[in-house]
Design a protein around this ligand. Structure first.
Ligand SMILES: [Zn+2]
Length: 287
């Protein structure tokens, strides 16, 4: 949970990699750029943490030293409404991610819930809710109490993760964190965000369902996005004028509602666009 709007990249910026930076160097390099959040990408993880505990801990201590708030993007290989074996393996993958998140002090594991498949949507969704409750119970039995689970809004119509589904999970499952991927919603609904009021409507709906504090503390993903009739196709840089949504509109709503979200940039140029978003937000709040 952030104390102010925070901005950072989804994963290690390309330039840092070219410079040969180690994982523990990332928080300092981000601070030097004036960024204050970082989402570690555990997106290819299996059923065990794929990093050493000491590496996670040193990332965590450097992050605290440099005032960088950590989150962790969980494994893509999660489907909480598939066949029983798939669901069980998915639960173990989420627990592995939560374990590493606890090591590094990441406040949330953001993840994708899965696919409706051939079954009724509402049935698939119920399976997700139940599986998620099991994951929270396992986390608690392992003493993982400072990490929340953040299922995110998804960009394709066959993926579980409409706004309503995500809000329902936050209502029904303990230890969850609201995670809104604005670009995914934009793609899922064929260009949902065309004016400031379209963003405002989402925040108002969150307030109505989860309360003002949850709305202020949402975890966000943002990028420009290209879509087809099935939803998300590709993420684009912030300057890609032919694609939406427009970050400036969201920035206005963040200022209006006195929100303090963590905003993770998912464009191909990560930190460069995170800086751009931070500057847009500063400009909007000054003006
Ligand atoms: Zn994601």
């Amino acid at each position: 949970m952030a104390d102010r709007p925070r901005f950072g990249p989804a994963g290690i910026p390309p330039l840092f990699k070219i410079l040969g930076a180690r994982l523990s160097d990332i928080p300092r390099l981000l601070r030097e750029e004036g960024l204050d959040a970082f989402e570690y990408q555990a997106v290819r993880w299996g059923q065990k943490p794929q990093m050493k505990q000491e590496d996670a801990e040193s990332l965590g201590s450097e992050a605290r030293k440099n005032d960088v708030l950590l989150s962790l993007h969980g494994s893509y290989y999660v489907n909480l409404c598939g066949k029983k074996e798939v669901v069980e393996a998915s639960k173990r993958r989420l627990v592995a991610c939560a374990t590493a998140a606890q090591w590094m002090g990441a406040y949330v594991v953001v993840f994708h819930m899965g696919f409706y498949g051939r079954v009724e949507k509402s049935y698939a969704f119920r399976n997700c809710v139940n599986a998620l409750k099991d994951v929270v119970a396992t986390m608690n039995s392992l003493g993982i109490q400072n990490v929340k689970l953040g299922p995110e809004t998804m960009g394709r119509v066959f993926q579980v993760g409409s706004l309503d589904e995500i809000l329902t999970i936050c209502e029904e499952v303990e230890q969850t964190q609201l995670a809104i991927d604005w670009s995914h919603l934009h793609a899922r609904h064929q260009g949902q965000f065309r004016k400031v009021d379209d963003f405002r409507a989402v925040v108002e709906e969150v307030e109505r369902r989860l309360g003002t504090e949850a709305a202020r503390n949402m975890h966000c993903h943002f990028s420009k996005i290209e879509y087809t009739d099935k939803g998300e196709r590709r993420h684009h840089v912030l300057d890609a004028a032919r694609y939406g949504p427009d970050f400036e509109m969201l920035a206005e709503v963040i200022a209006d509602f006195k929100m303090r979200p963590v905003i993770i940039c998912e464009t191909p140029i990560l930190d460069v666009d995170a800086i751009k978003m931070r500057d847009i937000f500063r400009r909007v709040t000054k003006g």
